[in-house]
Write a protein that binds this ligand. Structure first.
Ligand code: ZN
Length: 188
């Protein structure tokens, strides 16, 4: 297992539409390049202190997303998210109700922006074992999953922002904004 380089905004891979994963190749026994990629993505996400990572962020244009969040002192309000791998994820339902959250991104290091998204979504995907999953999520996990699935479509959180005055560096937010104005948030 190893830590991979993270593509930063400006790398063309972040603007490409990622290819679906071949599920037969995903579960093929023996030396398996896709399973190794997933392990390396987990290592990279943890090394970067991210809450999620999408394969294009490690310069692989494939439809794989990983999320994991363990509560820590810096962001005590967020729910824990166990390590979960989503292969070929699709959002099949979005609520009309929306919520706003300050998002960060490993590919836009240190920037934070306020993004409004559907509060609840249903996501269909496959596990790393190739099993079909359907999950209904809300709150923080819904934010993380929508952010990561956007990466598979060449979209970054800046594209979702309606008001660019709500974009700032994390240090400046901490210095000049109240927690009510800008709750601290991890990178996704
Ligand atoms: Zn991101």
């Amino acid at each position: 297992m190893s830590v991979l380089n993270v593509a930063r905004l400006g790398h063309p891979v972040l603007r490409q539409k990622a290819e679906p994963v071949d599920l037969n190749a995903l579960v093929a026994p023996g030396e398996n390049e896709l399973q190794r990629l997933i392990d390396d993505m987990v290592d990279t996400m943890r090394d970067e202190d991210g809450v999620g990572i999408a394969a294009p962020q490690v310069v692989r244009s494939l439809q794989i997303v990983i999320v994991e969040y363990r509560t820590n002192e810096r962001y005590p309000d967020q729910d824990e998210i166990p390590l979960t791998v989503f292969v070929n994820p699709v959002i099949t339902r979005s609520s009309d109700e929306t919520s706003s959250f300050w998002e960060g991104c490993l590919s836009l290091k240190d920037l934070r922006g306020r993004v409004t998204r559907p509060r609840e979504v249903t996501v269909e995907a496959y596990s790393r074992q190739g099993e079909k999953m359907v999950v209904e999520v809300q709150g923080f996990l819904a934010v993380v999953l929508q952010h990561e699935i956007d990466h598979l479509h060449g979209i970054v959180f800046l594209d979702r922002m309606k008001d660019l005055t709500q974009l700032a560096f994390a240090d400046e937010l901490k210095t000049y904004w109240t927690e009510e104005e800008a709750a601290p948030s991890p990178e996704i």
